[in-house]
Every structure is written in C-alpha cells, then in structure tokens.
Design a protein around this ligand. Structure first.
Ligand code: GLU
Length: 483
C-alpha cells in the first residue's frame, strides 16, 4: 500500500468548530494508525471571509490537543505551499488544462443574468442550475471578450448524460445522474479558485489518499470525481462524516457556547476529554471501552467503526468523561490544573491548597465549577437555619443545636488538628449521644460551609479549615440556632 496521507483543510473562520475538530481527529487517526502523514492545509480562498488571527486559532488548537501535523504552512513539506491563496497560479494552470481538453469553459454571464436565472429556478421550485449559456462560445469570441476586459469565470463542463458513481467508506455506494449536476464555477472572477476546484487539485498534488470531511460535501463529490477523471487522476478514498446534532435536533451553536473547542476548553474541560468525547461522535470502537487517550485512540481506531447516522452531542456525557480524565491525572497534575481556579476565590483564607486538591480530585467534573464549589472556604456565606433540617439525616433545629454545642466542646479540647483524630473524636461523640452519624456530621458540615453541597464531609472540611476557623464557624451556627 502507498503511504497513507490525510489532510485537515480548515477555512480560517476564527474558531475551531467541534465538527471540524472531529474531522481533523479522524484524519489524524487514520494517518497515524497506518504510520502515514497528516497534512495541514489552509483553505483561505474566500477572501471576503478573512478573519485576522484565524490561522493562529487553528495552529493553537492542534497544538493544545497534541495532533501534530507532518506538513503544513508553518513547517513546510515537499508539496507546499500549504495555503491555498498562495497557490493561485497552480489552479489557473490546471483550469487552463481543462479548458483545453473541453472539460471546462469560460463564462461571461453577468450578475443580472445569473440573478434572473436563479429567480426562474426558484419560480419552478428547482435547485439552481446554470443553463450552459456560455458553453459553446468560439475561441475568437472568448479572446475578444477577455481583451475587452470583460469579467469571466471558468466553469466545469458536466457531461449531459450518464451517471457518476463512487464508493464512500461511510455512506456506501453513491450514484448521481450527471444531468442533475451544475456546471459549477472552478475559477472565480477574482482569479481565486472555488473550494470545488481547489480541493481536487490540492488533494491530488499533495498525494492525499484518504479524504476525510463533513457529509455536506457528499453530494458534490461526483463533480469532483468528474474532475479527477478529466485529469486522468486516481480518485482518493472518501470518508464523509455525519453531522453532529444536539438532542433537540438543532445544530451546535456559537451563541449557545457549544459549537467550538474554545467554548469547552475555556470552561475548564480537559483537552483529553474533549478529544475523547468527539472521537466517539460517529465512531465506535466495537468494545465497551469509552475512555481513551489520543494514543489509545490511534491504536483502537478503524474506518469500519465509523457510523453514518448523525451523532448526538450529549453535554452530560462530556461532563462525565471530563471527570474520568480528571481522575486519570495524578494528584499533582490535578493540583497544577486546579490552582488557578482556587486563586479566583481564595485570597486570605489560611488553608493548605493540597488538602483542597485531595478533596476535589475525586469529585470534580469540570474545572471551572471549582470556584463556586469552594467559595465558602474563604468566607462563610449567609445561610438560613433551615439548612440544618434534613429529613434523611433526621436533623432538626433542636438536635442540630445540641450536636454543634457538643461537637464544639470536644473539638476545642484537641491539641492536634488531624483528620483522623477529628474523625475519632466525633465518632465517640456520636456514640455518647446515642444518635446516628448524620445527626452530628450534617449539622457540623452545615455550620462549616453554610451550603447544601460541599466537596467533602464535616471531618474533611474541619481538617481543611483548621481549628480556629472551625470553632468560629461552629460558634456562629450555635448562635444562629439559639435565636
Ligand atoms: N475548507 C473546508 C471546510 O472548512 C474543508 C473541507 C474539506 O475538508 O475538504 O469546510
């Protein structure tokens, strides 16, 4: 087999859509699985959509997630340039070849004419199709009109009859009647190629063996194959990927903050989890395994596992997976990641952040939620005494007050403030009072946090806060319950 070469060919839009990142990931996995090459090509021929800094977003994202490309604009390679706007002359040359062989032609139709044609098609409820008006202009006329400075485009000449078929690795056999295909534009009036042309020329010249891209290109692929045929080039393997949808049938949206890699990365999702999750959006490993590193994905990946039904993006599953990847990190690694989030809310509190990490490492699903979970450490929030009333724990205002007073007494006497000792002394107290664990631990936890949900229970919170602060908060609780 030839060397496997795949490419990621994003248009610089300014952000990395989850769907595009998934395309990149599958292209990467296919290349790496076969010890092949993963190429980055920037598709920037739509100059109207140019966004400052957009290319950096692409480099940064690939860099963060660890998908290293083997060839690309920044590192070069044998088939450069890898930026389409720098390849204009190449497209022109190949378009010219098609004109000469009769597979493409010059078209001088004005905007107005095309507009009318479009309206006609709409009125007949037909998709737009160019009517071939300029298909048979004479060479002399073409030369004249170009010399006169008339604007033109170059269009593909689609055969009037016949069927174009191909096999997609995901969607299977596709057959399209040529007469339904449009003589689409290959070179625009500004001299730039369309995607429809540039992708074919580049994929061929760059030796791409597997074209991985979104299924929105599936219906145009027959046109591309006609171009390959016109040039006498070998058609690559096609792997079109299904759309990613939300549960409600909607698309991921930038406005709702669930469309791009950055949306999740900035919210404190780990790159490993994002990659792992999107790998499973349309691919299944054929085993029960769900949690994978990038290297494990390379091992497990196979094109056969790709699915053609649209993938549903489930944010809860991503959360769960993020938690799993957090758990896979060592305590020290987690500590490093979590520290900036502690600093957001902990300013003066005298606590050992490592203790906090021990509590949070086993409980956190998304890093950005850390501040709201630990804000009580810095300052005891205002809370309502009703918080002490817990049906399952069998606590009410009276027995909570008693538990706090008794806990205060025993804790005050401790010389050494260690969790184990705190644990033993509170368990002794439970026994002494002849109550259930929860009837002491719930009130203490409430007094120490003023919150319903906390990372860790009474003993861990006391260990974290230290003796002085623990006693101070118990005192406040007792006062509240005495009113
Ligand atoms: N530039 C195209 C896009 O961003 C790439 C399609 C392809 O991979 O061929 O959608």
């Amino acid at each position: 087999m030839n060397e496997v070469r795949t490419r990621f060919a994003p248009s610089p839009t300014g952000y990395m859509h989850i769907g595009n990142l998934r395309t990149a990931l599958y292209a990467y996995l296919i290349a790496k699985k076969h010890n092949g090459k993963f190429i980055l090509r920037i598709e920037d021929t739509d100059q109207g959509r140019y966004v400052e800094g957009a290319v950096d977003v692409i480099y940064n994202t690939l860099n963060i997630v660890g998908m290293k490309h083997d060839e690309g604009p920044d590192i070069g390679g044998p088939y450069g340039p890898y930026v389409q706007s720098e390849r204009q002359d190449i497209y022109k040359e190949y378009a010219q070849k098609l004109v000469e062989s009769g597979d493409a032609y010059y078209c001088f139709c004005t905007k107005e004419r095309l507009e009318n044609l479009r309206h006609d098609c709409e009125a007949r409820k037909m998709p737009f199709k160019y009517d071939g008006y300029c298909r048979s202009l004479s060479k002399a006329e073409i030369e004249d009109r170009i010399a006169n400075g008339e604007e033109y485009v170059i269009r593909q000449r689609i055969p009037d009859r016949g069927v174009t078929t191909f096999k997609d690795e995901v969607y299977g056999k596709i057959a399209v009647e040529n007469e339904t295909l449009d003589d689409n534009i290959l070179i625009k009036s500004d001299g730039m190629p369309t995607y429809n042309f540039a992708n074919v020329v580049d994929d061929h010249l760059m030796g791409i063996t597997h074209v991985v891209r979104g299924s929105e290109y599936l219906s145009s692929t027959p046109k591309y194959n006609l171009l390959y045929k016109a040039f006498g080039w070998e058609i690559p393997n096609y792997i079109h990927l299904p759309l990613i949808m939300k549960d409600n049938g909607k698309k991921l949206s930038k406005r709702e903050g669930d469309a791009s890699f950055e949306d999740f990365y900035n919210k404190g999702y780990l790159k490993e989890a994002i990659i792992n999750y999107i790998a499973l959006l349309g691919w299944s490993p054929g085993t029960e395994q769900e949690v994978f590193t990038l290297d494990e994905l390379i091992q497990a990946f196979s094109i056969k596992g790709l699915n053609k039904s649209s993938a549903i993006f489930d944010p809860n599953k991503l959360r769960w997976m993020n938690g799993e990847h957090i758990r896979r990190k060592s305590l020290e690694e987690f500590h490093e990641l979590a520290l900036p989030y502690y600093k957001e809310v902990i300013k003066d509190a005298d606590i050992d952040p490592m203790k906090l990490s021990k509590l949070l490492h086993v409980r956190t699903e998304v890093l950005s939620e850390i501040p709201e979970n630990i804000d009580f450490v810095e300052k005891l929030p205002e809370y309502d005494v009703d918080l002490y009333v817990h049906k399952k724990m069998k606590t009410n205002l009276e027995n909570s007050k008693e538990a706090l007073i008794r806990a205060y007494d025993v804790l005050e006497k401790l010389d050494k403030w260690e969790e184990e000792i705190i644990h033993d002394i509170l368990m002794d107290l439970v026994k002494d009072m002849g109550v259930k664990n929860g009837q002491v631990l719930w009130p203490v936890r409430t007094a120490l946090s003023g919150k319903k949900f906390t990372p860790g229970g009474a003993i861990e919170l006391a260990g974290l806060l230290g003796k002085e602060e623990t006693l101070r908060r118990l005192r406040i609780g007792i006062d509240k319950l005495s009113k």
